[in-house]
Design a protein around this ligand. Sequence first.
Ligand SMILES: [Zn+2]
Length: 464
Amino acid sequence: MRTRPRTALLAATAAVAGVLIAVPLDSAEASRPAADVATTKLYELTVPARTTVAKDAELLEAQGFDVLEGSGGGKVKVLADPTERERLISLGFSATVTRSLPQVRWKTPSTTDSTYYGGYPTVTGQYAHMDKVARTKPALAKVVNYGASWRKKNDLGGSKLKAICITRIAGRKDCSLDPKAPKPRFVLMGQMHAREIATGDVAYRWIDHLVGNYGTDATVTSLLNSTEFWVIPVANPDGVEIVQEGGDAPYLQRKNANTSNGQDCAIPPTGQSQSGVDLNRNAGFQWNTGGSSDDPCSPAYHGPTADSEPELTAVQTLFRKLYPDTRGPALTDIAAADTRGMFISLHSDTRMVLFPWAFTKDDAPNDASLRAIAAQLAADTGFTHGQPGELLYTASGGTDDWAYGELGIPSFTIEIGSTTDTTCNGFLPAYSCMESSYWPTMLPALLNAAKSARAPYQVGQSSR
Ligand SMILES: [Zn+2]
């Protein structure tokens, strides 16, 4: 089977979105600069809660609205086009436009371009970067292909799934796919939600910081001698391909590119519809127990069954090869006190450090340590910390609940963002914000998390 021609794809999308595409895509692509294309405007809306934020967020999600991770403080944040805004108001809500997202213009990076939207790395750029690091620093880094994306598996283009292991490679067991490897593992993952583009860039910079400072910076040298760093900068490469097709106005695709569930879901995404499965609602640990959607076009669609998506199951398989299982099967089983390692999944943009459980407000068995580490990360970044149910509402099927629940790994979601709201926050911060705000905010937190990876469940224990 071959990829549909892009004109057909666009026409289908236009029909769904109810907009007129005046310029044939092929001619727009052939002649630069790209012609403007009429399209639906997208707004970030602030919706004051009528009951509680948690209840209203769940209600709106059930109604098919794109409820953003940035809700809280008495307000729900919703991504919507003008039609969806009207529907929101007809349901009795008021909705203020907080941010108007850029009009879509066609300036798609070519398959060989390494950056887009002012400097953000494309999938091609991320993969070339990892390969180059491993090629030029073989004593410090190794690239591992750990699976294939949905499009790749279905012969529709797509990508391999790639991770890079960074440590002082002293023997065969370093960077091996063996849970009994000598050093604790710290995995940092970006862009499982494709449109959260700052997360991939922070992961990219983390790779450079580690390999670039070995032997000169005492902290980095000590960490690479004692710990293995695994970085998955793009957990959802098919989704990122859709995002970057927007060029200077990246598409807000959150999910993967699996089109087999809702045939009419929009590609690229519109305010009310997007194709794919939410990889961070698909994991088979307390799957579909709240905070996710049955609607295939919803941004929070949990998939037809638990663990149905190749990008997620590949991460799970990789984790089983990197971490021993230190937690029993019961919800109340505590992970072993000598558990080693750490997992951080990067998301944006609400400036929060989240930890299990996400599917319930109940404390996780290792709550004291998880909470203490999260408090440290919050102090380092200026973010707030708590379980999702404490800060907003519960969400099931997440990778961090799975990693902690199945294997006992101390797992965190960091919602990265900036206080400079007009230019640097949101899903599409100006690229200059990475250097001025995101990276300096995150580096101290990542270094402290790395130090905790040696004995994470000793953190926050009053007696040892
Ligand atoms: Zn996210």
